[in-house]
Each structure stands twice: as C-alpha cells, then as structure tokens.
Design a protein around this ligand. Structure first.
Ligand code: CAA
Length: 286
C-alpha cells in the first residue's frame, strides 16, 4: 500500500482530546481541518486552542508570530466532505463503537483512497473499527493521552489488517508532533490502559477499604509512589464517564474482576459527577 506524504491532517471530534490533537498538529505546521457537529462546538475548540497557545506565549515558549501562524493553519467545519483533501484523518469522537463504525464508513466515501484513517480510541478494538471500511489496511490506532498537548506518549496500534506503511506513517506523524510514539498490537487497553485501568480501579476500592479521603489517597500516591498527580485528581481529569466506559469495555473483553468499575465510581457517573468537565467529581471545580 502506498501512503501519501502527510501535509494536511483532519481531526474529527474536537472535545478535550480532539482539540489537543489539533493543537499539536498546527503547532507542528500541518494544515489542519477540525470537524465538529455544530459551529458552536468548533468555535469553542478553536478558543480552547487559542487559550493554550496564548499561555505558551505568556510563558515565552512561543512567539506572537508563531501563535498566529499556527492558528492560521486551523480551519473548522461541520461538513465531513471538507476532510476530502486530508492525507491523515484522526478520529476522536465519543467512545461508542456504532458511532465510530458509522463515521469510518462515511469517511471512506469522502477521503482519497490512499489517505490514512486513524482512531484515538482508548478501549475499543481498532480491528473492529477498521472492519467498517473496505480498505482496512489503512486504518491504524493513534492513542494520545490526556492532556494530549502535554503527555509525551502516543500508542501506534496495529490492527489485524493494518499495513506496515500505515503504521510507519502514523509513527512518523506522532514523532513530528513532538511525541514519543511506541508501536503495539491491537489488544484490549493496548499497553498503558491495560495496566492503568485496573490500577485506578484498585485505587477507588482502597478509598473504602482503607477509609481514606480522596485527598489522602492522592497524597499517598504522589508522596509515596511518585505519581505526578493523585488517582482521584487524574480520574477527574480523564472524566469519570470515560473511565467507567473504558473499564467496562476491558472487563467485557478480559473478564478480569479488577477491570470491572467499582460500584462507587459507577454511582458517580450515574449522578453526573464526571470530574472537571461537569464541575464536580472527587473534587469540586469552579
Ligand atoms: N491542553 C493544552 N494545554 C494544557 C492543558 C490541556 N488540556 N492543560 C494544561 N495545559 C497547559 C497550560 O497552559 C498549563 O499552564 P497554565 O496552567 O499556567 O496555563 C501548562 O500546560 C502546564 O500545565 P500544568 O502546570 O498543569 O503542568 P504540570 O507540570 O503540572 O503537568 C501533567 C501536568 C502533565 C498533566 C502532569 O500532572 C501529569 O503527567 N499528570 C498525569 C496525567 C496522566 O497520567 N494522563 C494519562 C491519563 S490516562 C489516558 O489519557 C488514557 C485514556 O485513554 C483515558
């Protein structure tokens, strides 16, 4: 399979992850088209990116001119057809297999036959997503970590039928984004979530077992295990709903009890305590 030189990048879904990926792409000099379902959401993502670029200017990590030329590379749209000229499209929509299957089927109809199609899924099977298109060899996982602009790792996930060329192209793009990519196969949770999800579930169980507060647990893991942020702060950042969904997806595939989300966090999700994004999770946010 021949892959094009990657000049133009599409990002579908401009939530926290998609906006972060689009920010990385424009900072690396890629013309970038971001697609959201409404113009308001597109504008919100652009504002978020502009805010973080401005913070870099404030800290003298970026010049005014670099911020402006990065932002000029970003366009947003509500039309999937506007991704037609992209050499690589990275999907970062909701973690729902049916929604992703539908999107990849539609994407195949608008992008060129040699464009690479990547998914940022964290817990679904890249192979299952690739089955939505007639050319699964060009489908690859590009799994970024939250917050995408700050976390160095990208897992480049090879699905059952992914070509070497698509893996190499995705790896090269991640490296140009300034990341530390690794290659891995399409197994449940890939590398990091296979380890991190049961670990975070254990942390939640410890809250009740050891009868400590979220603050105490966070202090324990930052001061005693060298974590950069405590597990409750991290879960609030990732999103309680995202974690519950990922835990359920891994439990469904691996049937390991530690993968199953503890009742306490499922109750939080059901109550709408989703972490930073809803203003309240383990902690309360302004
Ligand atoms: N997007 C873009 N820029 C951001 C940002 C974001 N979401 N969040 C922060 N920044 C920028 C801000 O400008 C910020 O500076 P200001 O607050 O002054 O504006 C700047 O980055 C530095 O932020 P911090 O001071 O908060 O940075 P830090 O040195 O404290 O490190 C961290 C932050 C890198 C997140 C660190 O705490 C860390 O490594 N935490 C662990 C995160 C982690 O484990 N993530 C993985 C989650 S699991 C996952 O993602 C997998 C999955 O599939 C769900």
């Amino acid at each position: 399979m021949s892959v094009p030189e990657i000049r133009r990048v599409g990002v579908v879904g401009l939530g926290a992850m998609g906006a972060g990926i689009a920010q990385l792409a424009i900072e690396a000099g890629y013309e970038t088209v971001g697609r959201e379902v409404t113009e308001e959401l597109g504008t919100k993502a652009r504002d978020r990116i502009a805010h973080f670029l401005q913070r870099k200017v404030d800290k003298e990590r970026l010049t005014d001119a670099e911020r402006d030329s990065a932002l000029e590379l970003l366009s947003t749209t509500t039309e999937l057809a506007d991704l037609g000229g992209c050499d690589l499209v990275i999907e970062a929509i909701v973690e729902d297999l049916d929604a992703k299957l539908q999107l990849f089927g539609a994407l195949e109809r608008v992008v060129r036959a040699d464009a690479i199609l990547a998914t940022n899924t964290s817990a679904l099977s890249v192979t299952e997503i690739a089955a939505a298109v007639s050319t699964p060899e060009r489908v690859v996982g590009m799994h970024f970590f939250n917050p995408a602009p700050l976390m160095p790792l990208v897992e480049i996930v090879r699905a059952e039928l992914t070509s070497d060329e698509a893996v190499d192209a995705a790896f090269a793009v991640a490296a140009r984004l300034g990341k530390q990519p690794i290659r891995c196969h399409d197994t449940p949770g890939f590398v990091v979530n296979r380890v991190l999800i049961p670990l975070l579930n254990d942390c939640i169980r410890v809250l009740d077992e050891a009868r400590v507060s979220p603050e105490e647990l966070d202090t324990a893991m930052t001061a005693g295990a060298g974590w950069p942020m405590g597990p409750c702060t991290l879960l609030d950042l990732v999103g309680i709903d995202v974690h519950v969904h990922a835990s359920e997806a891994l439990y469904e595939k691996l049937r390991e009890p530690r993968m199953a989300p503890p009742a306490r966090i499922v109750a939080m999700k059901n109550a709408g305590l989703l972490g930073r994004k809803s203003g309240r999770g383990f902690y309360v946010y302004d």
